[in-house]
Design a protein around this ligand. Structure first.
Ligand code: NAP
Length: 232
């Protein structure tokens, strides 16, 4: 499968590397490939410059958002939440049409400082905004409720824990679930919450996630839904 992973941050890198290791073809999307490759300083999270990372992942290409999306058979949105609508506009509606669009982004709003708030929230979600803006894409919100290392290697958290999927297209959710299983998620750990409007719930887990991060002092944890009467 050809995956366009939009986003050069730690999430885009981690997802791209895992997909390539699973045998998929991967192009990472960025605003301006030349500018991204010319960066020589670590990013604001301390990640090595993208060119250094890319040199260690020779099978992965760097493209503009539009070129990556046009090439990909499926698209992953791993861009800053506040810029995701704009990013996907740049990717191009025609390049997203009829494709599964896996949305990992969170609509974190840092305009009032930290901790960030969510925008949109409660009566809308970024997942829904993307689906409305790109009605021909099949948006599936998933993986946004844990750190990206755990997304791509669930064995990092011992025992049972869960990943949520939200989306209007059952075929797209089935395809994403199969991908999650191939990554290492047990089928029973994938919880289908329903339509894309259920992304409101998983995006609104972020305030809880952020406070757990603060309390633990690290992000090596995930949510586990224990159903009464079930051994899991
Ligand atoms: P990020 O710093 O949030 O986003 C970086 C990407 O956003 C880059 O590809 C950047 O493009 C793009 N972008 C487009 N327009 C931008 C603008 N105006 N300003 C800044 N960046 C812009 O990267 P991240 O930490 O990897 O997170 C990606 C997404 O995953 C976010 O929505 C985040 O909330 C979500 N998420 C993260 C984690 C985690 O473990 N960190 C967990 C769950 C969900 P260029 O390539 O051109 O710079």
């Amino acid at each position: 499968m050809r995956y366009a992973v939009l986003g050069t941050g730690i999430v885009g890198r981690t997802v791209a590397a895992r997909l390539a290791a699973l045998g998929h073809e991967v192009a990472v999307g960025t605003r301006d490939p030349e500018a991204t490759l010319a960066r020589t300083e670590p990013d604001h999270f301390g990640n090595v410059p993208f060119s250094e990372w890319l040199a260690d992942h020779g099978q992965i290409r760097l493209e503009s958002f539009a070129d990556a999306a046009a090439w990909g058979e499926a698209v992953v949105n791993a861009t800053q939440g506040a810029a995701s609508l704009q990013t996907l506009e740049a990717a191009g509606a025609a390049n997203l049409a009829d494709k599964v669009l896996i949305d990992i982004s969170n609509p974190l709003d840092f305009s009032q400082g930290v901790p960030p708030s969510l925008n949109p929230v409660n009566t809308d979600s970024l997942g829904e905004q993307l689906q409305r803006a790109f009605p021909e894409a099949k948006v599936v919100k998933t993986l946004n409720t844990m750190n990206c290392a755990i997304m791509m290697d669930p064995s990092l958290v011992a025992g049972e824990h869960n990943v949520f999927v939200s989306g209007d297209d059952d075929g797209a959710k089935k395809a994403v679930t199969e991908l999650l299983v191939s990554i290492g998620w047990p089928q029973h750990a994938v919880l289908d919450l329903g339509g894309i409007e259920t992304a409101r719930g998983t995006e609104m887990l972020l305030p809880v996630w952020l406070r757990l991060y603060g309390a633990f002092g690290h992000s090596d944890f995930n949510f586990h839904i224990q159903v009464a009467g079930s051994s899991r």
